[in-house]
Design a protein around this ligand. Structure first.
Ligand code: KIV
Ligand code: NA
Length: 270
């Protein structure tokens, strides 16, 4: 049986077999992912996917802790990583440590993820030196939607490459065990993966990275937003709609509940 994955073990896989990652917010999903994934991310995408928010900016630390606890209950082997939500780590390295320590101690997860490049390097180093493994996140950073104004790909012209390469290098240098690289053109993903010493986990970043991650609900066809980089491995949304329609029909025609779903009186011996 596989042993519990650690941030250190994931870090050691640079350039090796691709690292398999997906997101989860609830115990039953985590239990299923655990059979196949090296890393399970409790993403702040939870705000959009489960709560109908139109960005991740409104997600709170309490939401991440509640969902983090649900996921660690289901994951026995994969490394569970929890997103630090917007506003809980950017102000100072002390703020970041205080909140990240809460996340790890209250959920039992093995690492946190935070978005940011060179400007967050000092914070990443502060956490890593104090016992908190950090997964970085550069390229497209959804918590900065109010600055970017959109979710389009980055690095599609060579002029955009410099800052993304230096951001990834700075976060690796600070001690991140791996870095998520989101929404970038393939040649930039190749460059970052080649130049940065820790594993690069791609999302919308080609198959040339050290691993891949997707939002599970996206790849299952359960969530409406469908960017170019998402491959749909199932159409669960359609299956759910069809099941609900059948249920409604059967309730209206009294075909549900049927005999086998109905309790009978106990047979009492005279
Ligand atoms: O919040 C999230 O789900 C993420 C992944 C898509 C990388 O950050
Ligand atoms: Na996220």
């Amino acid at each position: 049986p596989r042993r519990k994955a650690t941030a250190k073990a994931i870090n050691a896989r640079k350039g090796g077999d691709p690292i398999v990652c997906l997101t989860a917010y609830i115990t039953p999903m985590a239990a299923r992912l655990d059979e196949h994934c090296d890393l399970i991310l409790v993403g702040d995408s939870v705000g959009m996917v489960l709560y109908g928010m139109d960005s991740t900016v409104g997600v709170s630390l309490d939401m991440m802790i509640a969902h983090g606890r649900a996921v660690t209950r289901g994951a026995k082997k994969a490394l569970v990583v929890i997103d630090m939500p917007f506003g809980t780590y950017e102000e100072s390295r002390e703020q970041a440590f205080r909140n990240a320590a809460r996340v790890l101690s209250e959920t039992g997860a093995g690492a946190v993820k935070l978005e940011g490049g060179a400007e967050m390097a000092d914070t990443v180093a502060f956490l890593v030196k104090r016992g908190i493994p950090v997964l970085g996140h550069v390229g497209l950073m959804p918590q900065s939607i109010n600055s970017y104004g959109g979710y389009g790909a980055h690095g599609r012209t060579q002029e955009e490459w410099g800052p993304i390469i230096s951001d990834a290098k700075a976060i690796a240098e600070a001690g991140a065990f791996a870095i998520v690289l989101e929404g970038v053109a393939e040649p930039l993903a190749v460059k970052v993966t080649g130049d940065v010493p820790c594993p690069i986990i791609g999302i919308g970043a080609s198959n040339r990275c050290d691993g891949q991650i997707l939002v599970t609900e996206d790849m299952l066809g359960l969530f409406a937003i469908n960017p170019k980089f998402v491959k749909r491995y199932a159409e669960i949304g359609g299956d759910i709609a069809a099941a609900i329609e059948t249920y409604a029909d059967e309730v209206r025609t009294r075909t549900f509940p049927a005999e086998e779903h109905t309790y009978k009186m106990k047979v009492v011996k005279a």
